[in-house]
Every structure is written in C-alpha cells, then in structure tokens.
Design a protein around this ligand. Structure first.
Ligand code: GLY
Length: 360
C-alpha cells in the first residue's frame, strides 16, 4: 500500500492506495472500535460491495448504518441531502459520528457536503469507487450538491479525515466510467506534466485494458499532483483554479443537457477540446500540440464535440454562473503547451464562439 499525505496542518490526512486494502490493520483510522458511522453509497455500488465493506467494518466493531441513494448525478440534490440528514437524526447520530462515502464523485460530493453541515460539521472518510473519484474528486475537500441553474453551486470546502483508494473496485467498473475518469487524468497531464502526457500516449491502451500496474501508477501520479495543488491553494484562490481545465465548458454542457445525461468526464473532455481550440485561436497553443490533445481524447473514446443543438447563448449563460467568474468576467483555464496552462480572463466572445464552433 502507498500512503500520500495531504498536509493541511491540523486537517492533514492520508490518501491510502492499494489492493486488498481493507485487510490492512487500522485502515479505517481514525475510526476505532465502538465508534458510530453512517455509510452513504448508491444502489449499484451497494449491490456489488456493501456486504464486503460491512464485513470489515463489523470486524473492526464499528456501529454502522447505511443510506443507499439512487445512482447518478441527478441524485446530487437538496432532496438527497435532506434524506441523509433525516437518516442521521432518526438513527441518533451525534457530533462524534463519521460519514463514510462509498462511491464515485456524486456520493463523495453529497456525503462530504452533509458532513460539513450536519450538527455544524462531522468527520468523513472518502472511499472512492470510480476511476474519476480515485484520481480527483475524493481528494481536496470540495463538497457540493447541484442546483437546477448550475452544477456544484451549493457546497463547501470540508476535508475528509482519510481517503481509501481500493484498487480492487476498478475490476467491476463499467467501461464508460473508466473512460470518463481518464478525461481528468489527461487534464492533469496537460496542465502540469508533459512527461506524463507522453507516458499516457504510450500507455493508454494498457489503461483501457485495466492493467493494474499502469492504472496504479496513474492514480498515484494524479494523487501526488492533486496533493501538491491542494496544499498550495486549498480554497481555490490561485493555482487550484488550474484543475478546472475544461470544466467551464463541461459544466455548461452538463447543466444544459440535464444532470447525468453525459458523464462528467465526457463533458470535461469536450471542454478540454474547446479550451485547446480557444488557446490555439489566440495563437498560444500550437496546432501540433492541440492535435496531440484531441488525438489522445479520441484514442480513449472520449467525445470532443459538444451537444449538436446547444447554441452559443446556452454556453454563455452558464459561463456567467461559473464559480471562477469575478467582477462579471469569465475566467478560463487555457493550455499554452502540453504541461503548462494559464488562467485567462480577457477572452473576446468571438474567439469563444469560434472555439465552440470548431467543436460542433
Ligand atoms: N476537481 C478539481 C478540484 O478539486 O479542485
């Protein structure tokens, strides 16, 4: 098992990565025998993995209750939040309880959000089951639910007390979920690490075939980048914004289509393509590097074209609600070369329209 510390003073925690991970003694730290916990998951994950985790929690004498939500982004709403809170109250969970998120980004985001508000804040542990949440969403303490007018518009920064990345979960992961997660991996490489991008170009077929060694390398690499950025800028006032490459376009697509119609990584992939086109139109990113980015997304099977009927006004109305907007100005993350990106706020509408047009 590898342990990566996210160092945030008295809110520091470890990302624990490995196979057969629940066999490791004290893996649910800081939970100890006799502690109370509420595990939140979805119906799909529960069918496959609930009895397995229940076995290990019982073995450690944790008094655990369960909330099982319907699968999908559409669940990440006020109603589900209220439901989890009601279950916590019904089952008499006090301030010393611990919420455990067992699932992908949806379960992690909503569980973390409830943990941040229940009785003014309780502990929570992230146990990500999708590739996307293992490389990105479970780390760094962003928690949220969606509003009909915008994705992740209600939320908080609330760090988990531990992240447990069980590589065995990838064996039951549907292919589209794997592919969706790779979009975030490509994002890390474009923004921070050209060597990693080269490595992805060479190894992408192994990752698609779920080669455990390569996948494990990939997860550790992304977790190390994410750890570094979260330590530098926990509340996203500076460098953490770079982790949003592709997300301004991507969130606009997800909100426009209705949550859950496209997977998050699919929308982000189109957003990455649109950001690359924008940068290319501004004369910053070379056509050669833009094509390398688009080609890698294609090889993975990710989309690079937005929804056919989505008009410019639907993009722009969503851009203006993006969390990166300051003083009414849209801020975009743009790759300037593979391995380097900038945050830029002065983009003319006609450039954005041309970039969106190139991805139709
Ligand atoms: N997923 C981007 C971030 O955590 O900042």
């Amino acid at each position: 098992m590898e342990k990566i510390e996210v160092f945030l003073g008295n809110r520091s925690y470890f990302i624990n990565i490995g196979s057969s991970i629940f066999e490791i003694e004290n893996i649910f730290f800081p939970l100890k025998p006799g502690d109370q916990a509420m595990l939140v998951t979805n119906n799909i994950v529960a069918n496959m993995w609930k009895s397995n985790i229940n076995y290990y929690l019982n073995k450690m004498e944790i008094k655990v209750d369960y909330v099982i939500l319907p699968d999908g982004e559409v669940t990440k709403n006020v109603g589900s939040m209220e439901y989890i809170v009601s279950e916590l109250l019904k089952k008499l969970h006090g301030r010393d309880t611990t919420l455990i998120a067992l699932g992908g980004g949806v379960v992690g985001d909503i569980t973390g959000f409830v943990a941040s508000i229940y009785q003014r804040g309780v502990r929570f542990i992230q146990i990500p089951t999708t590739f996307l949440s293992q490389v990105d969403a479970s780390i760094g303490g962003k928690t949220s639910i969606n509003h009909i007018l915008g994705k992740n518009m209600i939320g908080s920064f609330w760090q988990p007390v531990s992240v447990i990345v069980n590589l065995d979960y990838l064996s039951t992961l549907p292919k589209d979920q794997l592919i969706s997660g790779i979009a975030e991996v490509i994002k890390y490489a474009i923004v921070f690490d050209s060597m990693f991008f080269n490595w992805l170009e060479e190894n992408i077929d192994f990752i698609l075939k779920l080669d455990v060694k390569k996948i494990s390398y990939c997860i550790k690499k992304c977790c190390k980048i994410k750890k570094m950025i979260v330590e530098q800028d926990e509340r996203e006032n500076g460098s953490r914004i770079l982790l949003n490459l592709g997300h301004t376009f991507g969130h606009a697509i997800e909100t426009y289509l209705g949550y859950g119609i496209w997977l998050h990584g699919e929308a982000v992939a189109v957003g990455i393509a649109m950001s690359a086109e924008t940068s290319c139109l501004l004369g910053w990113l070379s056509t050669f590097e833009k094509n390398r980015i688009i080609n890698l997304l294609h090889r993975v099977g990710l989309p690079t074209k937005g929804p056919k009927n989505m008009d410019f006004s639907s993009y722009f109305s969503n851009f203006l609600r993006d969390k990166k907007v300051t003083s009414g100005m849209i801020r975009l993350v743009l790759p300037v070369s593979i391995g380097k990106a900038v945050i830029y706020s002065n983009i003319k509408d006609d450039i954005l329209i041309s970039a969106i047009n190139r991805c139709r």
